[in-house]
Ligand binder design. Sequence first.
Ligand code: NI
Length: 206
Amino acid sequence: MPFVKFAMASLAVLSLSACGQSDGASTRSGQAGTTVTSGQADIGGAFSLVNQDGERVSEEALIGKPHLIYFGFTYCPDVCPTALQKMGQAQNLLGEQGDDIGYVLISVDPERDTAETLSQYVEANGFPEGLQGYTGTPDEISAVKAAYKVYATKVPTPDSAAEYTVDHSDIMYLMGEDGKFVDFFYGRSTPAEMSARVKALLETGA
Ligand code: NI
């Protein structure tokens, strides 16, 4: 499948850039993002999904303030909860400025993540206050994954009651108030790095 190859290639670029950012002991947050932006501006775009209240949402929902967006799923045992808790810690570190951005989880498991499932999940302790959960049909999720260059694929787990898990990229996007890509964070990014980057965006517009 050409799309999967393309997505993986893009992620490889992102991951390499991210490692450069993390491994430099004195690297300031944002430097790597600037580099990535120049070559990776084509992240994001149109989508049609439903939120945790069952309401239809599009890319318009991301216009007007910056957003942190994470792609994951509610059955994920550790990676997704960890990322969303870090998102919550970043919100706390931002204080009142934390209200000036939106927080979104987009499911990569549309078969199990119904709006109702998400409505409970987004309330989990430690997740950002006001976290929105988006899901959709498998086709709609495939489309938004393609738009955001996200890799996620079902992996059967015959020995577990869950039947399958979803391998997925562990990447969080920071999108600007115009809905366009600004920067990204990944597994080793800290809440302090994330909140500092968001603060810079809110205060400088870039
Ligand atoms: Ni996960």
